[in-house]
Design a protein around this ligand. Structure first.
Ligand code: ZN
Length: 315
């Protein structure tokens, strides 16, 4: 019973009842044999975001069972776990959070789960964390770390190490899964850099709803002009909007961008006031929902790059 995965994957449509029963019994026997060791069942991982869920599934493969609580399209800045979410978190062997204060409730969560629960704030372990100065307040750390592929590569390593700690007997599998995923991320970065290289430096202005693309801007030489701050629940003021309108006209910025989880009204105002195009909708706070074409990190990232380069280039 080196491979545990097929036990959970038995599909009545494929196998027919006759062949399921022995599988179930075999799994029960294996479960008893491994009882106490914790290695006879998949590692239970709860994630607080779609990107984290993808990392967990890619690194863990069949050795993990991932439950993602902050689903696609749900605003992670305003999400709060329900009582049933808390139960899922209590049952998990490992909880993956974004960290960098994206989850305002994380300290309370860690306190309620208790010291034995493993909550890993992935963003807090990354080497490159950007902070953005705020007028009148101290600089804030930017929690949208996954828009840098270098950070993603590091996050994969952080998750791999945590899974290997929790399940040493699966460490080799986690290692080879992580390597394969890392190679795909590196190929994605090469592709993105090639696309963005076609855009002259003077065109690299990103006007978006909230300040989510700092890491993207840092990697590819863009300047960010966001309507709101780092969180989607802050309010834009009229003076700041007037400055943005001036800037778009002065720099002849061709397009501004809506975001999948932000109110599109203010961006629509900018379009109306300046004649800039609406450059499309960017995925700022996570992956897209089923059917969006941005359900994976690779697809989400390609969507954003193509939308940005497409809208800002041209005569
Ligand atoms: Zn955000």
């Amino acid at each position: 019973m080196a491979q545990w995965g097929p036990c959970g994957a038995a599909d009545p449509a494929d196998t027919g009842m006759k062949s399921i029963l022995p599988t179930v019994l075999l799994c029960l026997a294996a479960s008893a044999a491994f009882a106490g060791e914790g290695d006879g069942r998949p590692l239970r991982v709860a994630t607080l975001g779609t990107v984290l869920a993808e990392i967990a599934r890619e690194v863990g493969g069949q050795r993990v069972e991932v439950t993602n609580l902050v689903r696609a399209g749900v605003d992670p800045h305003t999400f709060n776990p329900s009582p049933s979410d808390i139960r899922t978190l209590l049952d998990a062997d490992v909880v993956l959070a974004s960290g960098l204060r994206l989850e305002g409730y994380l300290d309370r969560l860690v306190a309620s789960i208790g010291p034995s629960g493993r909550v890993l704030a992935v963003g807090d372990a990354l080497p490159v964390v950007l902070s953005l100065p705020r007028a009148g307040t101290a600089a804030e750390e930017d929690p949208h770390w996954w828009h840098s592929i270098d950070n993603m590569v590091f996050a994969v390593e952080v998750v791999r190490a945590e899974f290997a700690r929790a399940r040493p007997t699966s460490a080799d599998v986690f290692g080879s899964n992580a390597l394969a995923y890392r190679n795909r991320l590196i190929a994605l970065k090469a592709w993105a850099a090639g696309e963005i290289a076609t855009l002259p430096a003077a065109r690299r202005h990103l006007v978006t709803s909230h300040d989510a693309f700092g890491y993207f801007a840092h990697d590819y030489g863009f300047t960010i002009h966001a309507i709101d701050g780092l969180s989607t629940d802050s309010e834009a003021d009229a003076g700041h909007l007037a400055e943005l309108i001036d800037l778009i006209r002065r720099e002849k910025i061709r397009a501004v961008f809506a975001e999948s989880s932000a109110n599109p009204r203010l961006i629509a105002n900018l379009v109306g006031e300046t004649g800039a195009q609406l450059g499309g909708t960017l995925y700022a706070d996570g992956l897209g929902p089923a059917g969006s074409g941005a359900e994976t990190y690779d697809a989400m990232y390609r969507h954003n790059v193509l939308a940005i380069v497409g809208a800002l280039s041209g005569p």
